[in-house]
Design a protein. Structure first.
Length: 237
């Protein structure tokens, strides 16, 4: 499903990601943890096709990441700090814009469905500039799943969310996981990670230093292990 072979990234002569290789089978929910500056966001940008690797290759559902086709873009959804929303457009208009770009079938009913999913159906006609940070984050989740991607990338999705929005996000992620979609999440929030995901990667200084199935690990056990691996404090988003 996602195959990463020897990818590295150097910026301005500095090696930020050392060659890393791993495969993520269909339906797996992978979380990447690591201290500040480990290279998580850079890895995220590489995998979500926002920036090309310096070396190595990425293959998504058998398609090379070098192929910039709409077909490849349709395979992935991205939730990051950047909401990719237009302030002056309403929730409906934003989703129409993306839905048309991704050639979503039965777009109007799919838009209503995803807005219900994230609890924003009452705000369908409101401009995004009137939305709180958490509401914008919810709408960016709706945008990212609108075209039913088989692979969803999430970079610190919990930042700025209230308890209700965290619950909505967790429910959405759980449903996507149950639907056997593949999820790849970067977070500092290891408690959510342990509850939801079934594989943990720890990145430090641009290298993967831990890669294991997470099912059944208690949070205090993992916290101890993590501190042994990277030292310092485990931070929460
Ligand atoms: N465009 C860039 N130019 C130069 N250095 C960069 C650039 N982007 C990232 N870096 C450096 O690469 C390293 C990894 O950064 P990255 O943002 O990927 O880490 P991170 O694990 O996401 O950190 P955080 O948890 O703080 O968000 C850092 O030392 C950072 O300064």
């Amino acid at each position: 499903m996602l195959a990463v072979k020897d990818i590295s990234k150097s910026i301005g002569g500095k090696n930020i990601i050392h060659p890393v290789s791993f495969e993520v089978p269909e339906g797996q929910f992978v979380t990447v943890l690591g201290p500040n500056g480990a290279g998580k966001s850079t890895l995220f940008k590489l995998l979500s096709l926002a920036t090309p690797p310096t070396t190595g290759s990425i293959t998504i559902n058998g398609k090379s990441a070098k192929d910039k086709s709409v077909a490849l873009r349709k395979e992935i959804g991205v939730i990051s700090h950047h909401t990719f929303l237009y302030d002056n457009l309403s929730a409906l208009e934003n989703l129409r814009f993306y839905g048309q770009a991704y050639e979503v079938k039965n777009l109007e009913s799919r838009i209503k469905e995803v807005l219900r999913y994230v609890g924003l159906q009452l705000y369908i006609h409101d401009p995004v500039r009137t939305f709180s940070r958490g509401m914008q984050q919810r709408l960016s989740i709706a945008r990212a799943i609108l075209h039913s991607p088989s692979l969803l990338f999430l970079d610190e999705p919990y930042t700025g969310l209230d308890q209700q929005a965290i619950q909505i996000l967790n429910d959405v992620l759980q449903s996507l996981h149950n639907e056997k979609r593949t999820l790849f999440m970067i977070t500092h929030n290891y408690e959510e990670a342990l509850t939801l995901s079934n594989r943990l990667l720890v990145l430090a200084k641009g290298s993967i230093i831990y890669d294991d199935i997470s099912t059944g690990i208690r949070s205090d056990e993992f916290r101890r292990l993590y501190l042994q691996l990277v030292g310092g404090e485990v931070t929460r988003a």
